[in-house]
Design a protein around this ligand. Structure first.
Ligand code: GRF
Length: 209
């Protein structure tokens, strides 16, 4: 069951958007509970019935399911909650340009490949089937394109050709769960700026990641 309430947002309040399993959402909540991430997860927003809802219930994070007119519903919700950051964690929809514009540099996404390689769906499988020797994760700001926004952080792993697809998936998810909350912390701390497509993270802040 996904209720309607959300917490009043603190100055470091996050909204997480998910459509599926929700393992990144859970990792972010746990990092916050463990003090690794100085932020409050004010609301999980989902666009469909999915396992993330169950995780939110167990973690006592308010959850809201978008209705059929999800675009305006989402815009209204974000206006109401006014989070410091909107964190996409497996949200399977392209955000309306209006929302991207309104929340410029306040929406993050995580992608399970080294962008610009393998954008879109099934990135891990595509990289695996392509036989890449190196793959990884990308955390980036969201712009109007699909997985095209300025890159904040990438972490790579070498692929052992003997790995099965699920072994690769497991390793990718481990990287995601470790790095997403740390990157969110860096962005919330504010020691960064963007020039063109380049994201600069100031030295002291960079030590966090
Ligand atoms: C992750 O691999 C993320 O990179 C991609 O969608 C997947 C979501 O997984 N955007 P989960 O729902 O967080 O388990």
């Amino acid at each position: 069951m996904c209720g309607l309430l959300h917490r009043n947002v603190s100055t470091r309040g996050l909204v997480v958007l998910a459509s599926g399993n929700g393992s990144n959402f859970e990792a972010i909540v746990k990092a916050s509970n463990e003090g690794l991430l100085n932020a409050e997860i004010a609301q999980l927003i989902v666009d469909r019935d999915c396992h993330a809802i169950e995780r939110a219930r167990k973690l006592s994070v308010p959850c809201r399911k978008l209705n059929e007119s999800w675009r305006s519903d989402l815009e209204t919700l974000l206006d109401e909650i006014s989070p410091s950051l909107v964190v996409l964690a497996g949200f399977l929809r392209i955000l309306p340009k209006r929302i991207v514009k309104k929340w410029r540099w306040k929406i993050l996404n995580i992608h399970p490949s080294l962008l610009p390689a393998f954008p879109g769906m099934h990135a891990i499988r595509k990289a695996y089937e392509h036989g890449v020797k190196v793959t990884g994760i990308t955390i980036h700001f969201v712009d109007e394109g699909v997985d095209t926004g300025p890159i904040i952080l990438q972490k790579a792993i070498e692929v052992d050709p003997a790995w099965s697809l699920s072994e690769l998936e497991e390793r990718i998810h481990k990287l995601e769960h470790y790095w997403y909350s740390r990157t969110i912390e860096v962005i919330l701390n504010g020691g960064w700026h963007i020039e063109g497509r380049r994201v600069f993270i100031e030295k002291d802040t960079r030590q966090l990641v």
